[in-house]
Design a protein around this ligand. Structure first.
Ligand SMILES: *Cc1c(COP(=O)(O)O)cnc(C)c1O
Length: 399
């Protein structure tokens, strides 16, 4: 039986390789950080990491590690249950409360990942009488969540408020409407125009859902996300997010917002009802993360300084950078092959970045996505910029 299927898969995989789209995983043999050691065909090499979602540099933070260790000693390794059977400890409840406090929301529900939070969000809340109006560049997990729900789907062009208004007019045919958007779009680094989205939602009687995965901890003066940036704290009905990026870089996701929405998700959201609780040690480290981020603004300030410093120097050097209000800096190269050669040349210079091209970004829009972190030292940033300039000149990207 397997032979025919095997041949089929081998051909498909070869097709992916021939198209130059086969993903190889580079192996890191140190903790995740701004400086890491990777295995390569030249042996183990030290590189400066510019492609982690480790925005606040917490992935190897000693306080988080200690908090996790301590809770593991006290409460063991895992829960071996979903939340509603016997998978809820006090730490889970405390973390949910800390997330609500952070976002100024009424209640929070934890998931194993934000992919699950988004996957389990729409189906329990909306029916075929309702509408979801979704930004065209929304994350795959929102798209999947929308697919699992019977609500009528509308799509608007990325951040295009005229188009959103058009779709909202059409969606007046349905009972309830929800606008769904990423807070920060991960390929360009642009922030969603949440003030305008919110105003349209008021005008056309719609709820708003924002996925803060790339914006929480990053955007806003104190890193409280797009609701801080647009002064909409407590106003957005549903926010989803991850503990896997700025908030420590481990695992876990959440949905936070209006009390009844969260209550309904606890009753009916399938990834919550049918998937394991996050381990107590992860919840404890999550708690420590929110304690750290509200203690003072050191990490957020450093991230903002680093992002501005890097972007300003790169623009001054003549690089074409997508306008960004986040810690994502898309260095535009347009050509797919160039983006791969550029990234490989940077790796030879000790700079770890990834080149993105179609279908991850539109055709002819290839780029290197740089992600800044509070963990980057000025020296690391300068080395990164110098390497970009060297390779950029060699490849004729800048003068
Ligand atoms: C990374 C990301 C997710 C997935 O988060 P996980 O917790 O890793 O599953 C969901 N939405 C957006 C916008 C993301 O960037």
């Amino acid at each position: 039986m397997y032979q025919a299927f095997q041949k089929h898969l081998q051909e498909e995989l070869q097709g992916i390789k021939d198209a130059g789209l086969y993903k190889n995983e580079r192996v890191i043999i140190t903790p995740q950080s701004s400086g890491i050691k990777v295995e390569s065909d030249k042996g183990e090499v030290d590189v400066i990491n510019f492609c982690a979602n480790n925005y606040l540099g917490l992935a190897d933070n000693q306080e988080l590690i200690e908090a996790a260790k301590e809770r593991m000693d006290q409460r063991g390794y895992g829960m071996a249950s979903v939340r509603f059977i016997c998978g809820t400890q006090d730490t889970h409840k405390q973390l949910e409360k800390a997330i609500s406090d952070f976002f100024g929301t009424e209640d929070t529900i934890l998931y194993a990942a934000c992919f699950d939070a988004n996957g389990g969000l729409f189906e329990p809340l909306l029916t075929d009488e309702d509408a979801i109006i979704s930004d065209a560049l929304n994350h795959a997990s929102i798209i999947d969540g929308v697919r699992l729900c019977k609500a009528v789907r509308y799509r608007y062009r990325n951040g295009d408020m005229e188009d959103l208004e058009e779709q909202l007019k059409k969606a007046q045919a349905q009972r309830f409407r929800i606008i769904a958007t990423d807070g920060v779009f991960s390929m360009d680094g642009n922030v969603c125009p949440l003030d305008k989205i919110y105003a349209l939602a008021q005008k056309y009687d719609a709820l708003v859902m924002v996925d803060e995965s790339h914006s929480a901890g990053v955007v806003g003066k104190t890193g409280h996300g797009v609701t801080e940036q647009f002064d909409l704290r407590g106003k957005i009905e549903v926010i989803t997010g991850t503990l896997g990026k700025a908030f420590g870089g481990s695992v876990g996701g959440f949905t936070t917002g209006k009390k009844e929405i969260i209550d309904m998700l606890r009753q009916r959201s399938r990834p919550y009802l049918f998937s394991n609780s996050i381990p107590p040690m992860i919840a404890a480290a999550g708690l420590k993360t929110f304690e750290l981020l509200t203690r003072d603004n050191t990490l957020q300030d450093r991230l903002h300084e680093n992002t501005e410093y890097f972007r300003d120097k790169m623009l001054a050097a003549g690089f074409d950078i997508k306008p960004t209000q986040s810690a994502i800096c898309a260095v535009m190269l347009y050509d797919a092959r160039l983006s791969q050669e550029f990234a490989a040349a940077l790796q030879d210079e000790g700079i770890y970045v990834t080149g993105f091209y179609y279908p991850v970004v539109p055709k002819g829009q290839a780029r290197i996505r740089v992600q800044l972190s509070a963990a980057h030292t000025r020296e690391q940033l300068d080395k990164g910029i110098a390497a970009f300039i060297k390779v950029g000149r060699e490849m004729g990207v800048i003068k």
